[in-house]
Ligand binder design. Sequence first.
Ligand SMILES: [Zn+2]
Ligand SMILES: [Zn+2]
Ligand SMILES: [Zn+2]
Length: 410
Amino acid sequence: MAALKAADTALRERPCDHESHPYASHDGADDTYLTEQLSLLADDAADGEDDRARSEWRCPHNAAGFARIAMDIVEPGSVRDVPPRLPVEATNTIDTLAALLHGYPKPWTDIDEEISSQAWNLSTADPEDRAGHLLIVRAVTWYAVSGMVRAKSVLDDLVDALERTLPHYADASCGHERHATLPDSGPDAAELGVVLSSSGGRAVYARDQRAGRTPPLESVLCPVFMTEIAEESLRVLRERREELFGARDTSHADAEYLRADGRLEIERIVERLDYKSWNEQYAYDLGLWAARRYEQADERGRPVLLLTACQAMKISYPDPPPSVVRGVLATMRAVAAAPRPLECAHEDEHPTLQYADFGSGLPHFYAPEEFSPAGEPHSREAWTCPNFAAAVAEECVRDLENAELDEDED
Ligand SMILES: [Zn+2]
Ligand SMILES: [Zn+2]
Ligand SMILES: [Zn+2]
């Protein structure tokens, strides 16, 4: 910085009669071409530059201008009179968040830590940078509530940051008829937030805005608008935090999966266990509901509920949230630990644990008077055998524990 400052001071007042200098239009996008440009300038015989351009490049004013650009790179905001540019750190953050929010985080990114650090940046932001940081939090919130984030603390950090932010906008008012339309893809939304969270970035935004490419800055950064955004993100976070990590309420599932007489809606249950993407929306609650009901079920209900809980975990996407895993694991571990006979009391094989096989046999086992058997049915004793129940439970415990282990390794 000392050398650059000395160069700028020594060169900027030298007389010249140029109307303009290349530094005045040099922005971040031009950096890549600078070395190539300089080798042409050093060589009087080289093609590609006329004499006027050469003399503007070599002018002391221009050298002073580039010294100030370099100072702006080292210490963003430390000089005026240079084209606006994004701080290097902001460019890196945009790349990191874009990769993460596209679902392909850089190998060195700790996802939980990255999202939590954006919450922290919002809590500690200077007033002029706050709106930009809020827009970053808006973008990472969508990812945080998607089910891909397994740590409740990440959602807590985001909630906390938003709760601290709202009072800053408590007195907001505005005369806008409408506010800007913000990007609705995570990477674009995050990039906008990063750009607006530094003075250099806001200057770049204002320049592009004058070129008519984006909505005016004041309609994006309006405090009333920011309040709406903070409240919306907070609402989504609180709701999803409860769904993902709270004591999940499955009582509504009774109406769907029980008949008036208390028996299972076996056909609907079996349908919803198939590997179909539209079944994912039911899987968490169906699995947890079945696991919670297991203990109180009768002899025919138990194998159905056990297989239902196990299969629902298999078709879950993304992996089931901690609230569901906890409840299902509790039942499965108890079943796996229950006493069982050394030898089975039936002659035939157990049903297999493949949905394609047990799915077709289950309705007949549960309600033989209603559903005719598909192929050669397994005996009632094979379905209700404690050894079969233990095998189902052990497989489910293994799957769920492996999924959690994979998370830890990420
Ligand atoms: Zn000059
Ligand atoms: Zn407004
Ligand atoms: Zn058996």
